[in-house]
Design a protein around this ligand. Sequence first.
Ligand code: PRX
Length: 636
Amino acid sequence: MSNYHIKNLEEYFQIYRKSVRDPEGFWEEIAEEHFLWRKRWDRVLSWDFTKPEVKWFEGAQLNITENCIDRHLAIRGNKTAILFEPNDPNEVAQHITYKQLHTQVNKMANVLKGQGIQKGDRVCIYLPMIPELAYAVLACARIGAVHSVVFAGFSSVALATRINDCNAAVVLTADGSFRGNKSIDLKGIVDKALEDCPQVKSVLVAERVGNNIQMVEGRDHFMAPLVQAASAECQVEVMNAEDPLFILYTSGSTGKPKGMVHSCAGYMIYAAYTFKNIFQYQENDVYWCTADIGWITGHSYIVYGPLANGATTVMFEGVPSYPDFGRFWQIVEKHKVNQFYTAPTAIRALAKEKIDFVDQYDLSSLKVLGTVGEPINEEAWHWYNDHIGKKESPIVDTWWQTETGGIMISPIPYSTPTKPTFATLPFIGIQPALMDENGQELQANQVDGRLCIKFPWPSMARTIWGDHDRYRDTYFSAYPKMYFTGDGASRDAVGYYRITGRVDDVIIVSGHNLGTAPIEDAINEHQGVAESAIVGFPHDIKGNALFGYVILKDDALNRDSDSLRTEINSLIADKIGPIAKLDNIAFVPGLPKTRSGKIMRRILRKIAQKDVSNLGDTSTLLNPDVVDQIRKIIGV
Ligand code: PRX
C-alpha cells in the first residue's frame, strides 16, 4: 500500500489513523518519497497554537517550481502542463507543455529580476485568466518573490488597499480582460489604484484585448518584448521550508482584508497530496478547475497541486454563459476532461437553463466531479449528479478555506460513499472538532456545533501579513488551542460532516466571501447615508444575496429612492467590486439595537428572508418600535 495514493475506503481509514497517531512520521514519509529537496529538514513539526506558531519541515530547503516544473522535464517534457482555453471558442486552445512552461516561467522570472525584484519582495499580480498569470505566479515562486494575486474583478480601491498592505513593488496586469462579449479595462483600474500607491515603481502589461491604454513613461512596460529578450535560463532561489510563498487576501468580518501568508514546503506537500487523492488524478487525465487563479482554489488546484503531480490542468479564460450556457460542457467534450471542479453557484445557474445545453455534448470522459466554496443544496447536487455525472461520477463536496491552503473535509471518490450536502470525512491528517456554545468539544455524533481543527496540518496559513495579533485573535482565541474556522457544521450518525455556513459576519455570495463591515463602510461614505446594516438572504443562484438597511440623513430623505440605490451600489462597486453590490436596499428610520448599541442582525436577517414567524423577544431592544416600522416598509 502506498500512502501517497489512497485507493479504497479501507486504505483511507488505515492511512487516516496513521496520520493521526503519528503525524510527523506520516508527513515525513510523504515528503521524503514524493518531493524534491535541496536540503533535508531537521525537524518535521513544531507547533504552539497559543502563540500561534506552526513550522513544518524546519531546516529543509527547496523550490516549489523545481517540484512543479523541472523534475517533470525528463519524463513529461512534452506533456501538456497547462491547457489554455480562450474566452472565444473560435480562438485556438493552447497546449503549453512542461518544457514550454519551463521556458516561459524562467523568462518571466528574469523579467522580474530585471525590474529589481529579489527574494522576499512582494509582487502584485492583477491579471485575467491568461497563461501569463500562471507564468507570473510561478516566476515569483522561482525567484523567491512573494506573490499576491488580486482577483481581476476587484475595484481600484480594493486593489490599492491590497498593494499597500503588503507594500508590493511591482504590479503585473493586462491591457484588459475578456469576459464573454465584454472586455474590462484592467489597466485603467490599475492606473487609478496606483494614484494611492507611490511605492510602485514598475507595471508590466500583458497585451490581450488590444485596448487603447495609457502607458506611464518610466513606470509602465509591455511584458512581451521584455519576455522575448529575457534569457530562458533562471536558476531557482533556494528557499527555506517556512519562507513565505504567497499572500492571498480574504475578507474579514471587520476591517481591512486579511493577507493570509502561506509558506513553501507544507503548502506544496498538502496541495499536491490532496489533489492526487481527492481528484484521483491518473497520468494522462485532463483535469479542469473552473475557479479563477485570483482565489485560493485556483492557487492550490489550478496551479500548484496539479503541476506538482505532473498533471494537465485546464485554464479557462471565459465565463459559463458565453457564447451560451453550454460552454462548460462543450469544453469538457472538446478536451475530454476527466475531473471537473466548480462552484455550487455555477451549477445552480446552469441547472436553470434548458437541459439541451448539456445533452448535446458527450460528457463520457468525466470520472470525478467536485464542488467548493459554499454549501451545495440538495437540488443542485442531484442535478449535477444526474445530468453531468450521469450517476456514475462521484461528487466530491470539498470543504476548505483560503486559510487552510488545501481541502480539509471531502470524500475520496470511488472510496467514500457520498451523501448529498455532506462534505463527509476529514482528509488525511485533519482532526476536526465541533464545539458547543460553552466552548466544550462535542464528542458524540449527531450533533451541531462550531467547526474547529485541533492539530496543525502542513498547508495552514502561518500568519496574517503584518498583523500576527489579528491572526491569533481571529482564529486561535475563540477556543483555546484550536483553530476556529468561522463555520458551523453538523456531524451525522456515521461521522460525516455537513457544513452549515458562516457563523460570523462573513456572507458568501456566489462563492465569494464578503465581510459585512467593509460594505457598510462603503455605503456610509455616501453623503446622504447616516448608518447602514447588511445581512444575507437566500438566493436561488447566488446562494446568498445581500440586503442593505439604510438610514438616510435628513437632507436626503426627499431624494428619489431609485437614484439613491444606484448611487449606493456604484459606490460599493467602486470601493470593493461589482460582486458586493446589494440586491435589495430598504430605507429605514432606524435599526434594531440592543441596549448596549449592538445591531440585532438576527432580526434583520429574518425580515430580509421574509420569515417573521420567530423574531424572538423584541421588547428588550433599545428601540422595539423600529421592528414594526421596518416590517411595514418591506411589507412582511
Ligand atoms: O464557509 C465556508 C465556505 O467558504 C468559506 C471559505 O471561503 P474562501 O476562503 O473564499 O475559500 C473558498 C474556497 C476554498 C468556508 O469558511 N465553503 C467552502 N467550501 C465549502 C464551504 N461551505 C460549504 N461546503 C463547502 N464545500
